[in-house]
Design a protein around this ligand. Sequence first.
Ligand code: 1GP
Length: 245
Amino acid sequence: MIENKLLKYILANTNNKKQLAVLIDPDKQDLIRLKEIVKKIDDKKIDLILVGGSLITDSIYDTISTIKKHTNIPVIIFPGSYFHISKNADAILLLSLISGRNPELLIGNHVISAHELKKSKLEIIPTGYMLIENGSITSVEYISNTKPIPANKPDIAVSTAMAGEMLGLKLIYMDAGSGAKHPINPLMISKVKQNINIPLIIGGGINTKQKLKDAYTAGADLVVIGTAFEQNINLLDEFIEIRDK
Ligand code: 1GP
């Protein structure tokens, strides 16, 4: 691992060039289809690949190995729990679920996994993870046993993100949850962006070019897309044009 290599990459592009990441959920891909998806991702020069999910019954190690066989795009673990540590990734988002009040997801799991994380030699990226309400209950809300920030309360999102930055977290990831009915409101994104100096990641429910454009225009530095590409990987052709505009 090169010291903070991926964090430096995200920082170098922030406020400079929009970034797009594809989220791969090991449970939703068989390895043959995954190969096709990864070839496409590689061809389109996506910035980053995130691997994770709220459950994960299939091996995260095998999924990452398959990805690594077909591309050099960096792979970052987006863990659903402290079981999701796999040495063959490049980095892991060490998530602190700062929108919630579940101590296990604020510090408990981090204590349990500290030795394992250090041993793994993964680049560790401390990330303030914020769930935003989207009109229906998502897997992450249910599994994390936390309440998301109400969609119409941008001020709470701003203060939460600011507190995360002050605590020393390196990224803020605001997520409406996988397959969210509505993505995060652009007004909330722009208010948060105006009040923090660390990169802002946005995800959840972004399934059209317009929604992607809205997120970037509002201030997202990196957008994560999972469900839309699981359903149709060819959307990548047009989505990448929005990133590069
Ligand atoms: C979920 O932000 C990611 O944690 C991606 O969401 O699957 O809705 O694209 P989608």
